[in-house]
Design a binder for this molecule. Structure first.
Ligand code: THU
Length: 161
């Protein structure tokens, strides 16, 4: 038996103002679309903004449902929209922000496991990494250069051969 150590690398920015200008704008769009989330059950609003290689920005927010599992996370609303509208255009970066209506969180909120798997599918499809920037309502921003940093031992189509 031997042990395997898996490391994750993230960049930490003290605040949005430390981000490159284009990503500040992307994060601003994530905040704005997050405000429009339909989250009457959790009162937890999430916004996602994707920057495509063409410069196009695609946004999404969480959409809840009285039948809870029928709802959808912001990240997947956005990435499936991009996949539907611009299937041939790679996604370069993703900005995510989340906040509870009760409390303005300063802790960066990462994408959930199911969303990581969905993002992984698109990285594999486009054969290039997607930078993921995520934050709470205010405060520091974490950056992952690829979903692989957030989802080691990724399950992808190579196992289906
Ligand atoms: N949510 C997202 O939109 N993205 C995530 O990565 C985590 C959770 C949403 C789903 C639900 O509407 C609410 O946040 C509470 O879980």
């Amino acid at each position: 038996m031997k042990k395997v150590k898996i490391e994750t690398n993230l960049d930490v920015f003290e605040s949005v103002s430390e981000l490159p200008k284009s990503i500040q704008e992307l994060m601003d769009k994530a905040h704005k679309v997050g405000e429009l989330a339909y989250a009457p059950y959790s009162h937890f609003k999430v916004g996602a903004a994707l920057l495509l290689e063409s410069g196009e920005v695609v946004t999404g927010n969480n959409q809840e449902n009285a039948a809870y599992p029928s709802g959808m996370c912001a990240e997947r609303v956005a990435i499936y929209h991009a996949g539907a509208q611009f299937p041939e255009t790679p996604i370069v970066a993703m900005a995510l922000t989340a906040r509870s209506i009760k409390q303005k969180s300063t802790t960066p909120v990462p994408p959930c496991g199911a969303c990581r798997q969905a993002i992984a599918e698109y990285e594999v499809k486009q054969k290039s990494p997607i930078a993921i920037y995520f934050m709470g309502h205010t405060g520091s921003v974490f950056k992952s250069n690829s979903v692989k940093e957030l989802l080691p031992l990724i399950f992808d189509n190579s196992y289906l051969q």
